[in-house]
Design a protein around this ligand. Sequence first.
Ligand code: TEU
Ligand code: CA
Length: 548
Amino acid sequence: MKQAWWKEAVVYQIYPRSFYDSNGDGVGDLRGIIQKLDYIQSLGVDAVWLNPIYESPYDDGGYDISNYYAIHPEFGTLTDFDELVGGLHTRGLRLIMDLVVNHSSDEHQWFVESRQSKSNRYRDYYFWRAGKGDNPPNNWPSFFGGSAWQKDEATGEYYLHLFSRKQPDLNWENPALRQEVAKLMRFWLDKGVDGLRLDVISAISKRTDFPDTDTTDFNETIRRYYANGPRLKEFIAEMRHQVWNHYHVMTVGEGPGITPDNALDYLDEKHGLDMIFHFGHMFMDQGPGGRFDPIPWTMAEFKQVFQTWDDALKNKGWGSIFLGNHDFARMVSRWGNDREHWEPSAKLLLMLLLSMRGTPFVFAGDEIGMTNTILHSVAESKDIETLNGWREAQKKGITEREFLAAANYAGRDNARTPFHWSAAPQAGFTNGQSWMSANPNHTRINAAVQQEDKHSILSFFKQMRAFRKAHPVLTFGRYSLIPGTPDRCFGYIRESAKEKLAVVLNFSGEPLTLAHAGVPASASRLLGNYPYGHGETLRPWEGVIVQL
Ligand code: TEU
Ligand code: CA
């Protein structure tokens, strides 16, 4: 297994709009990140992934880019960007940019032209099809509700948008478009960007005959119709050969629809991606209706996802490990216990994240145990997925109370509230009027109070990050689940020629013994998430790492 910086890195994901506002306009910005570089460095992380910062009408949190060569004015300027890159690099930190090239904004010049006429030179930068009578070209649903096709009056044809109507899908069949993408990638790589997180890269190759989906299970539709298209490997290889191989750039592809069986098709350090984000955990509690159709998840499934993906990638390719990001509920609320066991369960999840094989991606705020928020009405939501989801729910007679329960459990607003810097008003995120209300619990949960507490979640995160660095077995060692343990016990072995550790995590409020995981009580304990005491019995949400 070849060494590489991104295999040993811990990546810190920042949602710029909610991280820190330096100029009092209520919106996080690049200068705000620059002012927090010492905090970021103090975490012991190695790279920062920024969600999109390009010019955008912000219909979908910046994932609708209207100019790939400019910084969104609310976030700052290209000069600010260069200063941020310099600030990161002088601290030995790397920068991963989020690139959205499955679709653009409908306000991008290419689409403004494309929609004007069927003969416009940019017409084929997007997918245009005639309808079937008064119906769209096929029955594909959008991720954001309704049809994935929008009729455009100017030419009477429909254009494809897997996401919002303001996010028309780019036509990668068109070599001219692929050259445009290569060019914009080079622009950012020439500015010193060290990595690219490629948004929905699994969907860039379309089945251009656009067959109807034959299932109502949305994630099944993604897997069989939107992702894994006929030329996906070819398009990725073209970018690898034409662009990425000419830079020391890491590429991580966001891959909804990629499965353990086909992941290796896309992972290849010469012809493919370096890493992917898979969605084994993320879609586990989504019913056939997708995000707002939540179903219960089980620990058996949760553990199995790790096993399945480790089996898929252990000999070739490299995994990424994440339990939350800007698209999902806060991990301590979703997988832990953000009520009576908030602190130990937040630490336990960080212990899991940082003791798995693969590159951990930590979402800003999870290092201090930020929790889900509560929308009291759908109108409070800032997320098109939730707002559109409510529009669709109403058509099915679902009440606002029922929909809010699903949105407060699984909605993306949970992950996008301002970062909790302190107990000050608006969590110290801004001294203006924040674009999104801070979670009221910032008075209790914030970086300032945790910086001073050696037993805080923040302090534990730094300790755990240092522990991972001191024990390469956690990065490169073999992973094997300890079988036959009670569901609430997630125990696994990390093993190399030099070291063998057992990680035993009590995913419950019930006591557990090391014997449940087949670990001798005499095993020497190297690290735990409880500040005091330890012994044979693991307390609620207690995690330990022992030497075997
Ligand atoms: O998300 C793509 C996606 O497939 C899912 O990961 C995610 O659940 C999404 O919210 C739809 O439910 C990427 C970005 O991470 C997301 O923020 C964007 O909204 C989306 O692409 C479109 O660019
Ligand atoms: Ca600002």
